[in-house]
Design a protein around this ligand. Structure first.
Ligand code: BES
Ligand code: ZN
Length: 636
């Protein structure tokens, strides 16, 4: 009886897809009642999946990449496990158009939930206790949030188009109908058809060169969560870096990229030495066009990276260490929900720092730790009044975009918490704990509470009462702001840069060329961050003339410089600022500059004007963030 009702309802929903207004009242109420049922009920507030009832275990994906219409035609075959003999399996979709659904080869009904701005919709597929497989035939929307379709002009080579995905946190559901929760892992295989002159790559075993057919096969034998599904299509070539490592880039950038990342194999070995075998086979990097919204994304086997780290001197490769470290913290042991993001990112910043220390020494790692500290301080200052709970390690993102949780808190407060543990128990013991932890939870998911329980059982309980009493776990994890026990970092190089900034502030005295000749880029960052917000045109001119900051090939330095340019309305460097804002899509750089410009009535219009020009170049992740900032300013 119930089944029949559902069946009929499926038909109603199906046939009323685009004709809401034609529904009569009784149908409307019924469908509304139904849609209310399709709410997230699992532990993960950002997914409609109910993995305790029925869960996906393997995905066989077939994709046709259509550059003309800017969409993907897909067939997703899922092996499923119907744990509770339920009659529906719930998936997540966002903007996807479903064309057909089958269960074990037979057409079956499905229901769509009410669309939510952040979450998209639930897709409930009717199954029986015997169903082993479901197939969903679909098409993506031209504005699918995970996808960025680039015209040839937006690439390095300017001759061929490019497509890439960014699935984390909850955008996989915009290009694959899937149970899009970090707590749900599945293996996958894929066949991807692309224009014949392009290469396709995925977060999987990858081809090294193009083939004549434009058809590529992929296999990911280790189970991964949906946010690690990734695809890139473009004019790409490969160069080996070491036995297990290599880099893909557009041909014009390949040599530069291979030189920049020459130390990747060494990083991999150093990482394995610390926390155990690398479990994913190969580790390759893919250099994306500059509109990539992040610095890096740890797609398994194939880190996606921004070209803004190609500084020419290997100075920004901590990012590689970071994404590589995610192969343990994040990809192997995964945060159960986005409220637990610090388990991914905080651990990874710690691991990244350790890799960099092994390769470049303690002084270098300490400078990175100090940048973490500066970022953390700034983030806490910004959030502590308006949103104190956002400064807890354990977040509460119910009803919000998980993007709100991507802040220095997860990264840098998380990092300092691990440093604090290291300070308490010693490095040796912490390392032993972490190795065991990565092994114990390999290919599993974990939330903050499970981690704390494990931490107590496996490390803290064996400490003396006096030692244990000093570790203020609750304060670190469940309270706001920066705990008093934050480890302090000493660094001569930092002190030197701060002293130089003080001299400039007080006496307008510049560091000598000889002095800065020995500086690492981090010291430029310290120096620039330490300068007062208000600088005179003369001061800015002197700085730029002497040190050629506007032309810096190091994007971290350029970014810090452009912040001063924006704050002080320093017009001589506006052309460089405009070029930066229109070519680079990395949100970490864009948001702070736009924020400054938008806060000043005199530059507000400039910001919106630049945004209008740059918009087609931004991935939805960056575009929506900046658009949000602009709307906020306009509404106030
Ligand atoms: N996994 C993150 C990027 C991310 C986090 C995307 C949350 C969406 C939601 C990646 O590993 C990362 O942290 N990237 C940083 C690199 C940096 C910390 C070295 C970035 O993009 O700036
Ligand atoms: Zn990360």
């Amino acid at each position: 009886m119930q089944k029949l009702a559902l069946f009929l309802l499926g038909i109603i929903l199906l046939s009323s897809c685009n004709t809401e207004s034609n529904q009569n009242d009784s149908e409307k109420t019924e469908s509304q009642q139904k849609t209310e049922e399709l709410m997230p009920i699992s532990q993960d507030p950002h997914s409609y999946a109910r993995p305790q009832e029925a869960v996906i275990t393997h995905l066989k994906l077939s994709l046709e990449v259509d550059f003309e219409q800017k969409l993907l035609n897909g067939i997703a075959d899922f092996d499923i496990e119907n744990k509770k003999s339920v009659d529906k399996i719930y998936l997540d979709i966002d903007g996807i158009e479903i064309q057909e659904v089958t269960a074990d080869g037979e057409p079956t009904e499905y229901e769509l939930g009410k669309p939510d701005t952040h979450l998209g919709q639930a897709l409930a597929v009717l199954i029986t206790p015997q169903t082993k497989r479901i197939r969903i035939t679909y098409q993506t929307a031209p504005d699918a949030k995970a996808l960025q379709w680039l015209d040839s002009e937006q690439t390095q080579g300017k001759k061929k188009p490019f497509l890439f995905t960014q699935s984390q946190a909850i955008l996989a559901r915009t290009w694959v109908p899937v149970q899009d929760s970090p707590g749900i892992r599945f293996t996958y295989e894929a066949t991807v058809t692309v224009p014949k002159d392009l290469l396709a790559l995925m977060s999987a075993e990858n081809p090294k060169e193009k083939n004549e057919e434009g058809v590529y096969h992929f296999r990911m034998p280790q189970p991964i969560p949906a946010y690690l599904l990734a695809l890139a299509v473009g004019d790409l070539a490969f160069e080996a870096l070491g036995e297990r490592t290599g880099v893909y880039a557009e041909p014009a950038l390949l040599a530069k990229a291979a030189n920049e990342f020459a130390e990747t194999e060494k990083m991999l070995l150093v990482a394995e030495e610390m926390y155990g075998t690398y479990r994913w086979g190969r580790y390759d990097l893919l250099v994306l066009p500059p509109s990539f919204p992040f610095g890096g994304m740890e797609n398994p086997r194939l880190t996606f990276a921004t070209p803004t780290i190609l500084a020419g001197d290997r100075s920004l490769t901590a990012l590689v260490a970071h994404e590589l470290a995610h192969s343990w913290s994040g990809n192997l042991v995964t945060n159960a929900t986005w409220n637990d993001l610090w388990l991914n990112e905080g651990f990874t910043v710690y691991f990244e720092n350790r890799i960099m220390e092994k390769i470049y020494g303690k002084d270098y790692a300490d400078m990175l730790a100090l940048i973490s500290y500066l970022d953390l301080k700034a983030e806490v200052e910004e959030r502590i009044e308006s949103n104190p709970k956002d400064t807890h390690l354990k977040l509460d993102l119910l009803g919000r975009n998980p993007d709100d949780g991507v802040s220095s808190i997860a990264y840098d407060k998380g990092f300092f918490f691990l440093k604090r543990l290291e300070e308490m128990v010693g490095r040796e013991q912490l390392d032993e704990f972490l190795s065991t932890y990565f092994n114990h939870f390999a290919f599993k998911t974990i939330d903050t509470e499970q981690f704390l329980e494990y931490l107590h059982k496996n490390m803290l309980d064996s400490l003396s009462d006096a030692q244990r009493g000093k570790i203020d776990i609750t304060e670190w994890v469940y309270r706001k702001g920066i705990p008093n026990s934050l480890p302090r970092i000493q660094s001569e190089r930092y002190d030197e840069a701060i002293a130089a900034a003080a001299l400039f502030k007080e006496k307008n005295e510049l560091p000598t060329k000889q002095q800065v000749g020995k500086w690492k880029y981090q010291q430029w960052e310290f120096f620039l961050r330490e300068l007062p917000d208000t600088l005179s045109d003369e001061q800015l001119q002197t700085l730029d003339k002497t040190f050629k900051l506007s032309e810096s090939g190091n994007n971290e330095i350029l970014f810090q410089w452009l912040l001063h340019v924006a704050r002080n309305e320093y017009k001589p460097a506006y052309p460089q600022m405009r070029t930066f804002l229109t070519t680079v899509g990395r949100r970490k750089f864009l948001s702070p500059i736009y924020k400054v410009l938008l806060a000043n009535p005199k530059t507000k219009n400039l910001a919106t004007e630049i945004f209008e020009e740059a918009k087609p170049n931004y991935h939805s992740v960056s575009r929506n963030s900046i658009q949000g900032m602009i709307l906020e300013v306009q509404n106030n």
